[in-house]
Write a protein that binds this ligand. Structure first.
Ligand SMILES: [Fe+2]
Length: 365
């Protein structure tokens, strides 16, 4: 399979992956030849790229970071819990939060075991899942990234689980922000922005009331927008005062935010997301953690198009786990001329560099 821009695909193209809604309903099934109506639907849903079947890339596999079933179940659970919190059933009644904390802890354990058992770098691009509400899929993506980073850092199991729960709940304070402000696509006024920013503290105050949610989990909500140089919020803490969980979550949160499709802009690709993070290395984000994070994500995910420094163009076939910026590439063109496809392992061709990475358009590489 390969990744192509939705706007460039034509009728009759076959999808290589099923597209689900966030409640697990199949929107467009894989292997079906796309009709004009389905193409229109993809545009309406804001899906900017899809995996398609293609004779030259049939053997390219894209593994989701966790199983589709678990991911859908997790998103649903966050959705139901956050809605319950919003309905205020819990603010006055700690019982629901206790119950939810227990359910979420179990869910985190399931995600931890799937993330730990994978032998590959993470590629959330592989899950093109539609979400009518960004916050729920964002909470799960941040959980997956945080757990992968915590594992890479070699943290003890207990801390990994706390981080997972903290990630799942890091934005819980947003349920107390009025929806018209939260979902506003136009430029926010300073006052509205201050209201949005209050979600960190709101989340903290909400979570710390629960006896079965560790205080450090509540601090993930409190500190995920703090930055090393003190430019973050709500308290403008600096490096030494920010808890490691807060530093870790900042990385996972920003990476998912910039690599996800939002109403106001298209998703960046992973290598662009990493560039954003690296621009803040040591000033906004912890350098050591960034290095570890870089090792956990697929910088050039399978199925993506890349240009190489020798003038050839190809599709990423598979990852090299310890050299995740040097994948195996199937060369399709050399200096603009089509060639018979052949694979080059960039881990052993150190003279070659990736000079560009993009989503292919249509049937062209
Ligand atoms: Fe946030």
């Amino acid at each position: 399979m390969k990744l192509v821009a939705t706007k460039s695909i034509t009728e009759g193209t076959e999808l290589a992956k099923t597209i689900y809604s966030d409640n697990g309903q199949v929107l467009i099934k894989k292997d079906i030849k796309l009709t004009k109506r389905m193409l229109k639907r993809l545009h309406q849903l804001g899906i900017t790229y899809v995996y398609i079947k293609d004779a030259f890339t049939e053997d390219i596999i894209v593994n989701p970071p966790i199983s589709e079933e678990l991911r859908i179940e997790a998103i649903q659970m966050v959705k139901t819990s956050f809605k319950d919190f919003q309905d205020n059933k819990v603010k006055s009644n700690g019982y629901l939060l206790e119950k939810t904390g227990t359910k979420m802890t179990e869910m985190v354990s399931n995600i931890v075991s799937e993330v730990k058992n994978r032998d590959e770098v993470l590629s959330i691009l592989s899950d093109i899942l539609i979400s009518d509400d960004y916050i729920f899929s964002h909470s799960i993506n941040v959980t997956i990234y945080s757990l992968a980073l915590a594992t890479e850092l070699g943290l003890p199991n207990k801390q990994i689980h706390q981080i997972g729960l903290g990630a799942m709940l890091h934005d819980v304070g947003k349920v107390f922000i009025p929806e018209p402000i939260l979902n506003k696509t136009a430029r926010l006024t300073n006052h509205e922005f201050d209201i949005i920013k209050s979600h960190s503290e709101e989340g903290f105050n909400f979570l710390r009331k629960s006896s079965n949610i560790p205080l450090l989990v509540a601090h993930c909500a409190f500190q995920h927008h703090e930055r090393l140089d003190g430019s973050g919020y709500p308290r403008g803490l600096t490096d030494k005062d920010i808890h490691p969980y807060g530093k870790l979550m900042a990385i996972a949160d920003v990476f998912d935010a910039v690599t996800s499709n939002r109403v106001y802009r298209d998703a960046m690709l992973p290598h662009e997301g990493l560039e954003i993070l690296y621009a803040g290395s040591g000033t906004l984000f912890d350098t050591k953690m960034l290095e570890a994070f870089r090792k956990t994500v697929a910088i050039y995910p399978n199925g993506i198009s890349v240009d190489l420094s020798n003038g050839s163009t190809g599709i990423v076939v598979r990852q090299n786990k310890n050299l995740n910026d040097r994948p195996v590439v199937r060369i399709m063109e050399e200096n603009g001329e089509q060639v018979s496809p052949h694979d080059i392992d960039l881990a052993t061709h150190l003279n070659l560099m990736i000079t560009n990475c993009d989503i292919a358009s249509g049937n062209k590489v």
